[in-house]
Design a protein around this ligand. Structure first.
Ligand SMILES: [Zn+2]
Length: 266
């Protein structure tokens, strides 16, 4: 089962990298957060096929995920999720700029959302210099968010830049992601990338309508959609697009899930 699960994740990561690689630009005006520009383009794998093998025929699931929060936008996002009565997963950071918003993690938990780990500093240079630095950063994140969530229950990670990023090679060598993924599994963590991207963390602040279209266009024919969005002060337009994004998935028969449910049937 473990081997199967590892294969699943490997296929998933490769597929995600390809899909993400198509639509990546740098967030040149951001100091903290995902910019995605460093993801590697790898020949396509059967990401959705491998995922769908384990599901009931035609079951549609959508996983709304938000990276880089909590932030000045989080309350708006939580209000919308509450109004629409759908769950989401937040891959959080605890960097200098967003620390005042960390208590919002508690609200997210109370309202039934999942908290997962992204990075404390979200500094590629810092976290990817070697594997020890990465896990020190994760430890710092866990400590900073521990007043607001049961950190012992957290088992999901999303690597900054994705699990196949190459920006890390500059700092930690070409094998660092391979080492980190292995170590994550040894530590009991699961990691996940995405196969649908809002492309909202780019320069120029795309409009809500553009973000909505980016998501819908990326869905393609995926029955399982892990949607990458961002939760930062710069992504207010993502929150503005969120009601329409949720409505689209509802109207198209998708069930809203948290990342914890991603491998329940494997
Ligand atoms: Zn990020």
């Amino acid at each position: 089962m473990k081997q199967k699960r590892m294969f699943w994740f490997a296929s998933w990561a490769v597929g995600c990298a390809v899909i993400a690689g198509v639509m990546i630009w740098a967030a040149s005006n951001k100091t903290v957060g995902c910019s995605n520009e460093d993801l590697t383009q790898i020949p396509i794998a059967q990401v959705t096929a491998s995922m769908q093998d384990e599901l009931q025929p035609e079951e549609k699931r959508v996983f709304l995920t938000f990276d880089d929060g909590p932030s000045a936008t989080t309350e708006q996002v939580l209000d919308i999720l509450k109004e629409k009565n759908v769950p989401a997963t937040f891959f959080v950071v605890a960097a200098e700029g967003n620390e005042p918003y960390l208590p919002l993690i508690q609200r997210a938990v109370e309202e039934g959302h999942q908290i997962a780990l992204h990075s404390c500093t979200h500094s590629y240079k810092t976290i990817y210099q070697d594997t020890a630095a990465f896990w020190a950063d994760i430890k710092a994140l866990r400590e900073k968010i521990s007043p607001y969530v049961d950190v012992e229950s957290i088992r999901w990670i999303r690597f900054p830049g994705g699990s196949t990023n190459t920006v890390s090679h500059k700092y930690g060598g070409s094998l660092i992601m391979r080492s980190l993924k292995k170590q994550a599994e040894e530590k009991g963590y699961s990691y996940v990338d995405w196969n649908v991207c809002a492309n909202d963390a780019i320069g120029g602040h795309p409009s809500a309508n553009t973000i909505y279209q980016n998501v819908i266009n990326d869905v393609d024919n995926h029955l399982t959609c892990v949607v990458l969005m961002h939760d930062t002060k710069a992504t207010k337009n993502t929150a503005e697009a969120l009601p329409d994004i949720i409505d689209w998935f509802s109207e198209n028969g998708y069930r809203f899930c948290k990342i914890d449910e991603l491998d329940m049937q494997i």
